[in-house]
Design a protein around this ligand. Structure first.
Ligand code: GDP
Ligand code: MG
Length: 320
């Protein structure tokens, strides 16, 4: 039977939290009469997490598990979970009991009844260390809002709900789990909302992400932004930059040559303009060639003709 909700839980060394979390989810889903599945993805844990997942799934057939051979990161885990999910609404949740399963019904309702494509949790009150987590997080989210244009207070919250089509249309890899709303927006899903969620202090185990996430996250945001704007047309960026730089250099050379004609006594090599012009022209050529090569690379990329189609009339789509 097709479930209403798929709950995806990426986890790394969370053996103590899992039984409690599974019970809680089961209780909430039974109370509301949801058909559900829980997909726990063990990302190469070094404790007994997988054994716990194994035991839980023998007790409750709605609980399913995926075990990675080694640690690949949260994005990889989410991606595998998204591929496996069968529910109409897909909810991701941290494994450490900091996210509350009590939020599930409202998230489900917002997707099904209010028509949201994606609802992100917003940990308005956080129970983390102020200086290593809360302040950097505020700053990070502010930059993120500015760059991506998505008005979410807490882009990186682990608790999120998606319409099934969204998770089947996006690919999360590297460290991109921090930008899923951005990926969704680019894939053409516009109704993105947020819901204030309760955030609890960590009960067991330790946090696996520290302040370095914000530096990595910022760099990822830059590359993601660049790829989305110029990934399919790199020549537009490098070509225009190259042409501009080259012309600046060329203009200076013309100016120097004209001066030399007017006053043959001046030595070109004694003038700083000469070196600036030379460098500009070389750099400009390099940019241009880089753009050209990037263009060739993107033209032979496997996904160059990959488009997301929302609907077809009179033609069958085979992804349903
Ligand atoms: N798949 C996967 N999950 C991870 C990894 N590191 C942490 N997690 C999970 O991601 C969630 C959030 O991590 P946590 O350490 O609590 O981060 P914090 O809440 O921001 O301090 C938890 O469910 C972790 O088990 C990892 O390397 N791979
Ligand atoms: Mg946590």
């Amino acid at each position: 039977m097709k479930p209403d909700i798929s709950i995806i839980i990426p986890l790394f060394n969370e053996e103590e939290s899992l039984p409690e979390l599974a019970d809680w989810i089961e209780r909430v889903c039974n109370e509301h009469g949801y058909l559900y599945e829980v997909i726990m993805i063990d990302d190469g844990s070094t404790d007994d997490s997988w054994k716990v997942v194994h035991d839980l799934s023998t007790q409750n057939k709605n609980i399913k598990g995926i075990k990675f051979q080694r640690n690949y990161g949260k994005s990889a885990a989410l991606n595998e979970g998204f591929k496996a999910a069968k529910g109409n609404v897909v909810i991701t949740m941290d494994a450490d009991l900091q996210d509350s399963p009590d939020e599930i019904p409202e998230l489900y309702r917002m997707i099904m009844a209010e028509g949201f494509d994606l609802v992100s949790g917003w940990k308005k009150v956080r129970h983390d260390n102020t200086f290593t987590k809360n302040l950097p997080s505020k700053l990070y989210n502010a930059v993120n809002r500015k760059v991506s244009g998505i008005k979410l207070h807490d882009m990186n919250c682990g608790l999120k709900a998606y319409r099934k089509k969204v998770v089947k249309s996006i690919e999360v890899y590297g460290e991109m789990h921090r930008f899923i709303p951005v990926l969704a927006k680019w894939a053409g899903f516009r109704k993105i909302g947020e819901k204030v969620v309760v955030h609890q202090a960590r009960k067991y185990g330790v946090s696996k992400f520290g302040w370095e996430r914000f530096i990595n996250g910022f760099l990822d945001l830059l590359s993601i932004q660049f790829i989305s704007r110029f990934g399919k047309k790199p020549m537009h960026f490098f070509g225009s930059l190259g042409t501009f730089t080259f012309l600046v250099g060329f203009g200076m050379i013309v100016y120097l040559v004209v001066q030399k004609i007017i006053d043959p006594e001046t030595f070109l090599t004694n003038r700083p303009h000469f070196y600036i012009a030379l460098t500009s022209m070389i750099l400009g050529t390099l940019f241009f060639v880089t753009g050209f090569i990037a263009e060739l690379v993107s033209r032979s990329a496997a996904d160059r003709n990959h488009y997301l189609i929302e609907e077809k009339l009179g033609l069958t789509t085979n992804d349903e």
